[in-house]
Design a protein. Structure first.
Lengths: 253, 337
């Protein structure tokens, strides 16, 4: 049996070394190597890309990105590793894990529980994207894009617009464009506070609306288009959305 | 019987040096005077004359009484309630009587009937106020008990306990000495949390509790946590409500340090300004973290306890200023005797 490859993601150094210690105790029954450690989710995604682990231990309460959001970004990899969540005390997450039959460990971790979780994960029990969304319905702080086996994170605050095109959604930032494999409707629901729908196929960042311009032909009629900070494209506003979008241009001139 | 007596709070004289108590006495006596004027007047014009007359004669005496009570407050504090109450009544009557011969200075006749009337009025006012403070004491005491209960429940996040235990476990094999001192800190912290937190304690004790708590946080957060203390040397004996600072420091770590990847600074400044103790606490502010976990529980609890102990003389204000969350507390500077 080839040893399992493991990665530990936790913001507290003592917690990481304690888990390593306990894993050492389980080494005889479950041969493994700890292939990497990270102290937050952003770093964790890079470590996972480099180490290609079978199992990732993820603390839930971390700065910058929660453990659940980290696990959601992992799911866009071609072969996502199994995830074992670790938490000190997070009532809501623990309840959600129970309801959705997701395996988790509580800190302080016991060796026997750790061994059981390892065995279960090694047999290929996986969480799905849908389950993770149900566990933490909070909006993510990043959107993720898979590129050449790596996960690229785009902070939601840097997104200018999201536009549906055939199979993908185009994500535009100040610097460049990305293709995201998500549905526009779900993105609209998750980030209702950040984006507004201006057209059947387009969401734009509310705070970047600079103003409106008349005279772009859309489907044969002259309508309004929206001007956005940080991008020179003019995006058409559909007549159906105009009433909702118009007030957002106020105060920007 | 024992338990019933414990639930029934003992009566105590109010603190005559407390601004709230003094203003309640002044307002109460003046309200009585108004009622008295209404009862004795025969019309609107007559009423205003009466008020002016009564006020002119009563206010100097009232101020004299309040000042005497203020000065004699420490002496009253040493008496049991059943001795203290007659002592206060006697003081009020003596002061009223002593000031009465000077009433002619304020337009009174100095007639003996007026002096007797003044003494009766002073006795009635004292009795009614004593009754009022007795009721107020009863009304607020369950709140003290409840606040204590809240103090037990709202203090120390389970998140902190389990993470700290985990951090201690990580030390046992490699650094048993440090594990020992960490467990000692933890024990000390919980001893205080579980103590009867009704009595005021010296600020020095609260500060050492905060330091023990921060040692534990330092253990697991390492370089991410920086504390800047600026404590004036003479503030340590000041009496403060127990567990009034530790929960605020805990909030500062939870909301100001944990959500950040880069190191953050918690600043604690404590100073004396005349008869006030000024306390300033600040930490980095993460806007998006505020929606997730409210810290209003601890703030409301501490505000309530400050009010119970110091009435209007204490205040707690919070604000966000230049990317930092700031708390300012003002309370009376009262040292332990």
């Amino acid at each position: 049996m080839t040893p399992l490859r493991l990665v530990i993601v936790d913001d507290e150094q003592p917690a990481r070394s304690r888990l390593r210690e306990l894993l050492g105790d389980c080494g005889e029954e479950m041969p493994h190597v700890v292939a990497g450690e990270a102290e937050n989710g952003v770093e964790g995604l890079q470590v996972v890309a480099a180490a290609a682990p079978d199992i990732v231990f993820v603390d839930i309460h971390m700065p910058e990105m929660s453990g659940i959001e980290f696990a959601r970004h992992l799911q866009i990899l071609e072969r996502p590793p199994a995830v074992i969540f670790v938490t000190a005390h997070d009532q809501y997450a623990v309840q959600a894990f129970e309801v959705n039959a997701v395996d988790y460990l509580t800190k302080p971790v016991r060796a026997a529980r750790l061994l059981a979780a390892l065995k279960k994960a090694a047999h290929g029990t996986r969480v799905t994207r849908g389950v993770l969304e149900r566990i933490d319905p909070q909006p993510r702080r990043h959107l993720s894009v898979a590129e050449r086996g790596r996960v690229i994170l785009v902070p939601v605050s840097e997104v200018i617009y999201l536009r549906a095109e055939l199979k993908y959604v185009t994500l535009r930032t100040r610097e460049r464009e990305f293709l995201v494999e998500e549905s526009l409707t779900q993105l609209e629901q998750e980030f209702a506070a950040v984006f507004v729908r201006i057209h059947r196929n387009c969401l734009v960042a509310r705070r970047l609306i600079r103003g409106f311009d008349r005279g772009v032909e859309t489907e044969g009629e002259a309508g309004w288009s929206v001007l956005l900070d940080g991008c020179d494209e003019k995006l058409p506003v559909s007549r159906r959305q105009w009433a909702q979008v118009k007030p957002l241009g106020k105060g920007h001139g | 019987m024992q338990s019933i007596r414990q639930n029934d709070p003992p009566d105590a004289l109010p603190d005559f040096r407390n601004l709230g108590v003094m203003s309640r006495i002044l307002v109460g006596v003046n309200m009585l005077a108004l009622l008295f004027a209404v009862a004795r007047s025969r019309g609107v014009a007559d009423f205003t004359d009466r008020v002016a007359e009564i006020a002119g004669r009563m206010e100097p005496v009232l101020l004299g009484v309040v000042m005497t009570l203020y000065l004699a407050s420490p002496a009253f504090g040493r008496l049991a309630y059943r001795h203290g109450l007659p002592a206060v009544l006697a003081t009020v009557l003596v002061v009223t009587g002593a000031l009465s011969p000077f009433q002619f200075l304020f337009g009174g006749s100095g007639d003996w009937r007026e002096i007797v009337l003044g003494l009766c009025y002073a006795a009635v006012a004292t009795g009614l106020l004593a009754w009022y403070f007795h009721l107020r004491n009863r009304a607020f005491s369950p709140a003290i008990a409840e606040a204590r209960l809240q103090a037990l429940q709202a203090r120390i996040r389970p998140h902190f306990l389990f993470n700290s235990l985990n951090a201690v476990l990580s030390l046992i094999r490699t650094d048993p000495k440090r594990a020992e001192s960490a467990l000692e800190d933890l024990a000390e912290l919980f001893r205080t949390v579980m103590a009867d937190n009704r009595e005021l304690i010296p600020l020095g004790e609260e500060l050492s509790l905060c330091r023990q708590y921060l040692n534990l946080e330092q253990l697991r957060l390492g370089d991410r946590l920086h504390i800047e203390w600026q404590v004036e040397p003479d503030v340590e004996p000041v009496l403060v409500p127990p567990m009034f600072l530790q929960p605020l420091v805990e909030n500062a770590v939870y909301h100001g340090i944990e959500p950040g990847i880069s190191p953050g600074v918690i600043e604690v400044r404590i100073a004396r300004r005349n008869d006030r103790l000024l306390l300033h606490l600040s930490n980095p502010y993460f806007e998006e973290h505020q929606h997730r976990q409210g810290n209003r529980m601890a703030l409301a609890n501490i505000r309530e306890r400050l009010q119970l102990h110091f009435d209007v003389e204490a205040s707690l204000t919070t604000r966000v200023n230049g990317g930092r969350y700031e708390i300012d507390i003002v309370m009376p500077f009262r040292a332990a005797q």
